[in-house]
Structures are given as C-alpha cells and as structure tokens.
Write a protein that binds this ligand. Structure first.
Ligand code: ZN
Length: 102
C-alpha cells in the first residue's frame, strides 16, 4: 500500500502537489554573520505546509557538506554558500525565478 497525499488524496507517486509548490515559493537566501564572525547561509520563504523543509535542509547539507538546521520555515546552513545555493535549489526542483539571492 502506498502513502496517500493529504492535500490531493492521490498516492504519493502520482501526486504533484510538492512539484507545483516548488514552483510557487518565494525563496530568499542571504548571508548572515553570527557571533565570532561565523557566516551562515539563511534560506527563508519556503512554505512548510507545502514543502518538507527538514528533508530539504538535509539534502542541502549533503550537497554542501556542512551543518545546519531547519525550523520555523527557515533553513540555516553553516558557511557561505550564497553563490551555489540557487543552483542547488534548482537541482532540487525549485524554479530559478522563485529564488532571490541577496
Ligand atoms: Zn498531492
């Protein structure tokens, strides 16, 4: 038995909710400096109801081989990845025009 999407009621393999959702986000990625001048790449604007941000954060951490957290609709990645973050998000299915890199 396959998992059923709670949004459209279709089995997960037929469901396109997340695919559609990925094209309609308004993502902003920016570099933030924390204590001791440590850089963090912070990604905001992803709708947690539509996108599994924990899973997304895990994939980004894998790609950049860095640490990070995901909570309250915000992904924080250790290190400066602003030059690569757009490409990484696009490769995960997000539309380039929905990603604003500061
Ligand atoms: Zn669905």
């Amino acid at each position: 038995m396959s998992e059923i999407c709670s949004t459209c009621g279709l089995p997960k393999e037929l469901c396109v909710c997340e695919t559609i959702a990925k094209e309609s986000q308004k993502i902003t990625a920016a570099l933030e400096k924390r204590k001791f001048g440590k850089p963090y790449t912070v990604i905001v604007g992803i709708d947690e109801k539509e996108i599994d941000i924990k899973d997304l954060a895990r994939k980004l951490k894998e790609k950049f081989a860095c640490g990070g957290t995901a909570k309250d609709g915000k992904i924080e990645l250790q290190g400066n990845h602003v030059t690569k973050v757009r490409q990484a998000l696009v490769s995960l299915g997000f539309a380039p025009e929905t990603i604003d890199v500061k």
